[in-house]
Design a protein around this ligand. Sequence first.
Ligand code: SF4
Ligand code: SF4
Length: 281
Amino acid sequence: MRTGKKRNPSFRTGVQIGVFALVMILALVKWLKDIGVTIPLLPEISLHAICPFGGVVTVYELLATGSFLPKLHSAAFILMALGLVVALFFGPLFCGYACPLGSYQEWIGKLGRKLFPKRYGKLIPPGLDRALRYLRYVVLAMVVYQTAVIGKLVFQEVDPYYALFNFMTGEVALSAFAVLFGVTVLSLFVERPWCKYFCPYGALLGLFNLIRIFPVRRKASTCIHCKKCDKACPMQIEVSTSGAVRDHQCISCYRCVSGNACPVDDTVTISSVKEAETHEA
Ligand code: SF4
Ligand code: SF4
């Protein structure tokens, strides 16, 4: 699969808005049902049923007892499996296009850029930023371990995604609201701070960048070194010095590719090793 044609950047924004609105509607319908108001034709689906990370943390429970963790649903498991298969081919496409919490941080970040143009992106010193980017693997290990030991959804207590969409239910712990508040404030100064430093699901999907079949690739022979790809990258990855982007933090947003940020056709593309070799020959 090669790219390079002019694409419409609003496609990604449209997907992000669509998924965000869908999750918000599903959460509202479920809450209304819980307080006795039924909306005809709209299904009642719990947020736990459509959270792929729920599928990850229930793997141990499923292997050990043959059943899902309380509140979880087979749909979360199917979504998790789907997310992993997609990641094997294209990396964390879920993060770049679908995750409502990722989109939320991005939109808050746009506001932050306008409000604090001199401070935006400069709050965390580069050395600390580099080290913090590995913190999410610690979070992932802790959440999976704690969930397996305790046998319930421990992450819900601090999950900003759960707080963002379930704030009206009275089920959200104060700690989750505090984390959501922290993520919101930090997003005014740092691009996607939850994704970069803390998200356990992003950590898991990010590992697929090391082996994905279709990575982002830069063709050195046509690159004009304008660094527009670097400037466009929300995760500050240096695409302009990479061959294939294998950075564990890539979120597959494709903002860097030719037709989006890169001004030269067929220079930053999404392609397999075989396609890249054919193209370079
Ligand atoms: S890293 Fe986490 S919060 Fe960020 S987009 Fe991916 S799943 Fe969502
Ligand atoms: S801009 Fe390119 S390198 Fe950066 S996260 Fe998006 S797809 Fe990955």
